[in-house]
Design a protein around this ligand. Structure first.
Ligand SMILES: [Zn+2]
Ligand SMILES: [Zn+2]
Length: 294
């Protein structure tokens, strides 16, 4: 009996387009083979479906290491020390309004900062750049495969910003005792440190998220899923803020980032990636199964 196997699409060109670091987590390919037998007068075509679905939990690039955990612990410790200084100062002075207002300002400005930083790494720079090169590469990969952020373990997702927070807040903890200053610093640093987690929750499935997270998203204290999904559409040059998302509407309606891009272009001659054509490799790949995305 002669059996001819055909795959409609070759597998290797698909997998070769996926960075090595992402292949294990994304390799969910539906392979359809046409089987033709010649023992009968009429060819008998059957569909054979093979699903390759390795466990995502085995992908080392998405898992936390002890180094990641140590940096996140250090970041949390410095933020907590700053917060404690603010609370202790409030008890000592009986002045609560000023540190509370400073904390609110920290929360609001952290959202704005997350948007500006997100816009910058989305649009400018290269993987080879020192310090931020990894963030730029991660940003581009996130736009190609947004759903992987929900598979990233907690410390793996937070460790990069935790390093920055540790190095920035530790000197402030040691140098300042003003509880109003620490009201601002602790809230701002907390939101920056945890904004990758807020971002991951914005990609989560509502039924799988903790009810408190869903409630905070629904009232606008954390960036909402519906707001962030607009950032990942083809014309994605909107909704960059990923703490509360409170700034997104005003920044988008005022065309703040478009104005910044024009300034950068006319001053430096550098085009942002958001001006790329829709067929750019920067755009999300939709041929690969993304059942986990919401
Ligand atoms: Zn982005
Ligand atoms: Zn995203």
């Amino acid at each position: 009996m002669a059996v001819t196997l055909q795959t409609k699409y070759p597998i290797s060109p698909i997998t070769n387009n996926i960075p090595r670091t992402h292949r294990p987590s994304l390799l969910r390919l539906r392979v359809t083979c046409s089987v033709t037998t010649t023992t009968k007068s009429q060819p008998n075509r059957e569909k054979l479906v093979v699903v390759i679905n390795p466990t995502l939990s085995n992908d080392p690039t998405l898992q936390s290491t002890w180094t990641h955990r140590l940096w996140v612990s250090a970041g949390c410790t410095t933020v907590f020390a700053s917060f404690a200084k603010s609370i202790i100062g409030g008890f000592g002075s009986h002045l609560w309004f000023e540190p509370a207002l400073a904390g609110f300002a920290g929360y609001i400005l952290a959202d704005l900062g997350s948007g500006v930083y997100h816009w910058a790494v989305d649009n400018y720079g290269e993987e080879s750049m020192p310090l931020v090169g990894t963030q730029i590469k991660d940003s581009q990969d996130h736009h190609k495969w947004p759903w992987t952020i929900t598979r990233r373990q907690f410390a793996n997702n937070l460790h990069f910003l935790a390093r920055g927070i540790t190095l920035a807040v530790l000197p402030l903890d040691l140098a300042f005792s003003d509880h109003v200053v620490h009201g601002f610093v602790s809230t701002f640093a907390f939101c920056v440190l945890f904004c990758p987690q807020f971002h991951a929750w914005a990609h989560g499935t509502k039924s799988k998220l903790p009810p408190l997270v869903v409630a905070l998203q629904d009232v606008g204290l954390l960036v909402s899923r519906t707001q962030h999904v607009n950032h990942h559409r083809l014309m994605y040059n909107t909704n960059y803020c990923v703490v509360s998302g409170a700034w997104n509407k005003v920044l988008d309606e005022s065309k703040f980032f478009e104005a910044l891009e024009m300034m950068v272009y006319f001053k430096l001659g550098v085009r942002p990636r958001s001006w790329s054509d829709p067929n750019s490799q920067w755009i999300e790949e939709t041929n690969i199964s993304n059942n986990n995305q919401t």
